[in-house]
Design a binder for this molecule. Structure first.
Ligand code: ADP
Length: 321
């Protein structure tokens, strides 16, 4: 495996562990998303990879070399790891070209033209950071990192400071650049759509423990527990006899008549469709509708048994409804 993390433990004090026995591995060229609520240890993990923090136990190896563990600690400057943060750390007194070339080992200068073309920065090289947009600054940060042929690229919430209307096009552009450069990447994001749309695999983290590490499709259709299910999008609680099942809103089909109905309390237009919020057996539900529906009316629905998810009974405490 290209990146191997084994039994990693990290705490800032002796008594508490931020990361508890983390193990996973990544193949070369894969893009992995790390999803977890604030304070779950995502940035701490990136810092351990980059060498800005030492791990307490376990090990990390990259491209066949141990970088931390078994008595080894490779200093950050000796690790070939690119780190891009959310707040575009470019030097304000240097232009974009000078920023990208800052402190560059001459052996990488051969990559300059290719990376500038790939990141579409040709016309912006003479400008200063305050003269270009947030998305362009983020592209410059990516260019600065990948020019140095990193073994691993770490992206810490790189899209969160971008305006919503341009975020997805910039995200897709950056994703294309990473794919074309075949750079193994770990993306930390709180936006589940980023994780679902662009990653090869998603790792969901809570309380220092991996909840699930799998492809976006598996994660969405077969969440390991209700925490993962909830992180990945709306889900409805469905009591049937003495058991509680869960089902995604988009798996519910509205029909003219059925024994199952929901009392509609809200109806939101979402662009392509409407989202109905209402009550079913004392649970707050959402259902997708192609047409607007009157508040306080009943809608009838059908479902397929195969779309029901079942988790053990302790799981229900994750849900608030
Ligand atoms: P995330 O990136 O998922 O929001 P962090 O890795 O930043 O989470 O933080 C995980 C936990 O570690 C938090 O409880 C945070 O307060 C704590 N923490 C982070 N950095 C330090 C530090 N340098 N010293 C002590 N505690 C820290």
């Amino acid at each position: 495996m290209y990146l191997e993390v084994k039994n990693l433990v990290k705490g800032y004090t002796n008594s508490t562990r931020v990361i508890n026995n983390l193990s996973f591995s990544v193949e070369r060229g894969q893009l992995i998303s790390f999803v977890g609520e604030s304070g779950s240890g995502k940035s701490t993990f990136l810092k351990c990879l980059a060498g800005l923090e030492k791990i307490n136990s376990g090990h990390i190896s990259l491209n066949g070399n141990m970088i931390n563990g078994n008595g080894v600690f490779v200093k950050p400057q000796k690790r070939k790891i690119g780190y891009v943060f959310q707040d575009y750390p470019l030097f304000p007194h240097l232009n974009i070209k000078e920023n990208i070339l800052f402190n560059l080992d001459q052996k990488y200068i051969k990559n300059f033209t290719k990376i500038i073309n790939l990141t579409n920065l040709e016309k912006l090289l003479e400008r200063y950071p305050h003269e270009i947009s947030g998305g362009e600054q983020q592209r410059a940060c990516i260019a600065r990192s990948i020019l140095r042929e990193p073994d691993l690229l770490l992206l810490d919430e790189p899209f969160s400071n971008l305006d919503a209307n341009i975020k997805y096009s910039i995200r897709d552009e950056i994703c294309k650049i990473i794919r074309e450069s075949n750079i193994t990447t770990i993306l930390v994001t709180h936006d589940i759509n980023d994780a679902l749309n662009i990653s090869d695999k998603i790792l969901i983290f809570k309380a220092g423990i991996v909840q699930q590490f799998s492809s976006p499709e598996t994660m969405y259709c077969e969440p390991a527990n209700c925490y993962c299910a909830e992180v990945l999008g709306d889900i409805n609680k469905f009591p049937i006899e003495d058991k509680v099942f869960y089902i995604r809103p988009e798996k519910i089909k509205l029909v003219d008549n059925s024994p199952n109905s929901m009392h509609v309390e809200k109806c939101f237009f979402q662009g392509k469709e409407y989202k109905l919020i209402g009550r079913f057996k004392d649970n707050i539900w959402s259902i997708i509708s192609q047409k607007p529906v009157k508040i306080n009316s009943e809608v009838y629905f059908d479902y397929s048994k195969k779309d029901l998810m079942f988790f053990d009974k302790n799981c229900s405490s994750f849900f608030t409804s």
